[in-house]
Design a protein around this ligand. Structure first.
Ligand SMILES: Nc1nc2c(ncn2[C@@H]2O[C@H](COP(=O)(O)OP(=O)(O)OP(=O)(O)O)[C@@H](O)[C@H]2O)c(=O)[nH]1
Ligand SMILES: [Mg+2]
Length: 240
């Protein structure tokens, strides 16, 4: 009499795996439906954009008190991250430009995705906060211009203007700029962005900040001012 071979994986184990997969799929569908519901309720969006590692996520963490992933190396935020507040949405966009461990093609994809996202949601994006690494900004843009290329920051700024999205320039990492050099640097920044006059006199909306040190008041007041002009003072409560 031959003994039937013993199956190493009992049948009920397979069934349990199938059930688990079904459960996971159902949970995924439920989560996606929830996200879609939240997303459909959005009427007013603010996006945070800028080169990689400039401190977008740190700024958002400080402004809202929400838990946003930040990191020492560029390329931490690779997909738009959404912070929902009923009909109000803040989106932390992935950074463009150099990212550690990311190929040039992938970096180009990130940029195209950002442009596509803005185009798709232009009707509800009321405000953009364009974050720059103040001490590095002038040098980086000069390097691009020497290669006869338009720096992505400027390209993005012009694109936002074309889309009629009000944009605040958050000049971050001001703790790395000497006190006596701050005004001169900010004047240079607005000039590079194509405005005339000093940073205080020009039409540019500039907010010098230090996200790491928690000094974000100039940005909060610029944002509140924009919300006020759009008759959305009710949004003030979401900011620290
Ligand atoms: N010195 C200084 N460092 C800062 C400041 N704000 C952020 N950083 C640091 O900059 C690094 C990048 O911060 P993130 O907030 O992750 O930058 P990000 O722009 O979201 O980066 P990506 O997600 O890669 O696009 C972290 O090490 C922060 O601690 C600041 O005001 N001053
Ligand atoms: Mg980030």
């Amino acid at each position: 009499m031959s003994i039937p071979p013993v199956s190493r994986k009992p049948k009920h184990g397979v069934k349990r795996k199938q059930n688990l997969t079904k459960l996971k799929t159902r949970q995924k569908v439920k989560t996606m439906a929830k996200i879609e519901k939240k997303n459909n309720a959005v009427t007013f969006e603010v996006i945070f954009v800028g080169r990689s590692n400039v401190g977008k996520s740190t700024l958002l963490k400080n402004l809202t008190g929400r838990n946003v992933r930040t990191g020492k190396r560029p390329g931490v935020t690779l997909k738009p991250t959404h912070l929902y507040f009923d009909d109000f949405l803040i989106t932390d966009m992935p950074g463009f430009g150099f990212m550690s461990g990311v190929t040039k093609e992938k970096a180009e994809d990130v940029k195209n995705n950002i442009v596509q996202y803005i185009e798709e949601h232009a009707d509800r994006i009321m405000l953009a906060v364009q974050v720059i690494d103040s001490p590095a900004f002038v040098e980086i843009t000069e390097r691009w211009e020497l290669r006869d290329e338009i720096p992505i920051d400027l390209e993005l700024h012009d694109f936002l203007e074309e889309m009629e999205i009000i944009t605040i320039i958050a000049a971050n990492k001001m703790d790395r700029v000497k006190e006596e050099e701050k005004d001169g640097l900010l004047d240079q920044v607005v000039e590079i962005f194509g405005y005339t006059g000093t940073w205080k006199e020009s039409d540019a909306l500039v907010a010098p900040v230090c996200a790491r040190g928690g000094d974000v008041r100039p940005l909060v007041s610029q944002m509140k001012n924009a919300f006020h002009n759009m008759k959305r003072d009710d949004l003030f409560k979401h900011f620290n």
